[in-house]
Ligand binder design. Structure first.
Ligand code: ADP
Ligand code: UVW
Ligand code: MG
Length: 400
């Protein structure tokens, strides 16, 4: 059973082809700069060799044609024909209140995802473009949608509602939805297995710290709160997103700078966060280097970043009435050892005890960092959203 996983963003398509019988990744890659100058496909072959193919990739359908082409190419491919692809799983960012689990894609599902465009204008259109392209190019292959929001549909209303007139919820669906659900679900379940906890009777906090970042409180296997909200801007400070900001700042800026909603959205989504504060980069590795060279704004961005992570984790310990495990994941969570050290030191009052020497050398792999005396398990579980999407796709295709 070979499953192609697609994650279509506004100007990129990430893909992975997985053999779900042998649980093997056959190849992966990404099309980048779709519709821009200098678009290309970066492909990782089954033998690990990387290939770069330049081309004029004007839209998602052409990007997907490139992907299907390279997967079946004699030189770089890993399958002989497209008939070997048994199903396609798509990451769909926003399912609103319409979806609380992954689903087989039908006309009705496409219609509902289309209706969610109103609340996710940046994310759902490229996701739909991917679905439509596969419908055209592989018309007989079943497709499954896996939503970022679905896992968080178990949040109680007092956690997901905003303190604004209730009519705005009924009229427009304005509420907190949360994102990265596929990652939070995968990582929390994996952590429970890894630590020998009963998932259905556990309190787990997952810190998904990547380019986008969010924290999730999971009680008995269900998300009860998460830091992202109506859109993926709320919560932590991220690579280029601001995270929580006083709304007064937005209205002040709109007046002072005479800017409209599109500019505000770009400002807070693309020019803020670690990039905006440091003026160096959105990538923590660059910020780390600049901080080491004495760059004060890089230092500030770093301090703000980890302070906010600690604040959310601390809040969620209250939400869960205690915590059995705190799990770090995502590019930063898996590799940035200083942030983990800072958070754990701040939580020492709870009885958190960590092997800091082990923490310093642990990067990108599953590991228990807390010592046996620790009151809370602290661990790193690398996320694998693509595997989770493929696994849901397999389950759903086998049921139908
Ligand atoms: N060795 C490292 N040390 C610190 N940060 C790292 C390291 N490796 C990756 N990162 C951070 O991880 C971020 C990307 O995380 P990732 O989870 O891959 O992002 P995405 O949300 O795009 O999937 C980078 O921007 C970088 O800041
Ligand atoms: C929804 C979201 O924030 O996704 P990403 O982390 O991929 O930007
Ligand atoms: Mg990632």
């Amino acid at each position: 059973m070979k499953i192609l996983v697609l994650n279509c963003g506004s100007s990129s398509i990430k893909y992975k082809l997985l053999d779900m019988i042998n649980k093997e990744e056959l190849s992966s890659g990404a099309v980048e700069k779709i519709g821009m100058k200098g678009s290309f496909l970066k492909h990782v072959r089954r033998d690990g060799q990387k290939v770069l193919l330049k081309g004029e990739i004007l839209e998602h359908r052409i990007g997907i044609e490139y992907i299907l082409g390279v997967l079946t190419s004699q030189k770089h491919g890993c399958i002989e024909s497209l008939e070997e692809i048994n199903a396609v799983g798509h990451r769909v960012v926003h399912g609103g209140e319409k979806f609380n689990s992954s689903v087989l894609i039908t006309e009705e599902v496409i219609q509902k995802i289309t209706e969610c465009i109103e609340i996710a204008p940046l994310h759902n259109p490229p996701n739909l473009a991917g679905i439509n392209a596969i419908t055209e190019l592989l018309p007989t292959v079943p497709q499954v949608a896996v939503f970022d929001t679905a896992f968080h549909q178990t949040m109680p209303n007092y956690a997901y509602m905003y303190g604004i007139p209730h009519s705005l919820y009924t009229k427009y669906g304005i509420r907190r939805y949360g994102f990265h659900g596929t990652s939070h679900r995968y990582v929390s379940r994996r952590a429970a297995d890894f630590l020998g906890l009963d998932y259905n009777n556990s309190r787990i906090i997952v810190a998904h710290l990547g380019n986008g970042a969010s924290i999730c409180a999971i009680k008995n296997g269900k998300s009860v709160d998460t830091s992202m909200g109506f859109t993926p801007i709320e919560g932590l400070m991220m690579g280029t997103r601001s995270g929580d900001v006083d709304l007064g700042v937005v209205t002040f800026l709109m007046e002072k700078e005479m800017i409209g909603s599109a500019s505000v959205s770009t400002l807070f989504n693309k020019h803020s966060g670690v990039l905006g504060v440091s003026g160096v980069s959105s990538d923590m590795r660059d910020v780390d280097k600049a901080k080491g060279e004495g760059n004060e704004r890089a230092r500030l961005a770093w301090d703000m970043y980890e302070y906010k992570v600690m604040k959310y984790i601390s809040g969620y310990i209250g939400v869960l009435n205690g915590v059995d495990a705190i799990v770090f994941t995502g590019g930063v969570g898996e590799n940035q050892t200083e942030t983990r050290e800072y958070v754990c030191k701040q939580l020492a009052y709870l009885g958190v005890k960590v092997d800091f020497d082990l923490n310093k050398v642990s990067k990108g792999k599953e590991i228990l960092l807390s010592t046996p005396e620790s009151a809370v398990n602290i661990c790193v579980i690398p996320t694998d959203e693509e595997f989770m999407i493929a696994s849901d796709t397999l389950d759903i295709v086998q049921q139908n």
